[in-house]
Design a protein. Structure first.
Length: 106
């Protein structure tokens, strides 16, 4: 950066767009970064991991581990949201969360 606060040179052109909303980004000489011109709310932990919300995340876990959504949702509610990316995964990996129908057959 030079003394006048000019943005760094951009080999792909001078226009940058936000990955989230595709709005034009502008260079802020105070932070030395390009910033989106739109205001964004903070992403939830589920959005950071590629899901729209907790329900979508739990549905993807159910599908990945071959367990019903109801079983995953029940376990997640018992463990609490704080355990969605930790203990819930461990219980699924260890096979401790099963469907009631399968449990009755054993």
């Amino acid at each position: 950066m030079n003394l006048y606060g000019d943005p760094p040179s951009d080999p792909w052109g001078s226009e940058r767009r936000c990955r989230r909303c595709d709005a034009l980004m502008v260079y802020n000489p105070l932070t030395l970064q390009f910033e989106c011109t739109q205001s964004h709310e903070k992403l939830t932990i589920y959005e950071q991991n590629g899901h729209t919300d907790r329900t979508a995340y739990l549905e993807s876990l159910a599908e990945s581990y071959g367990v019903s959504f109801a079983a995953v949702k029940t376990a997640a509610d018992i463990l609490g949201e704080i355990e969605d990316f930790d203990s819930l995964i461990t219980h699924l990996e260890d096979g401790e969360i099963v469907d009631r129908e399968e449990e009755d057959l054993d």
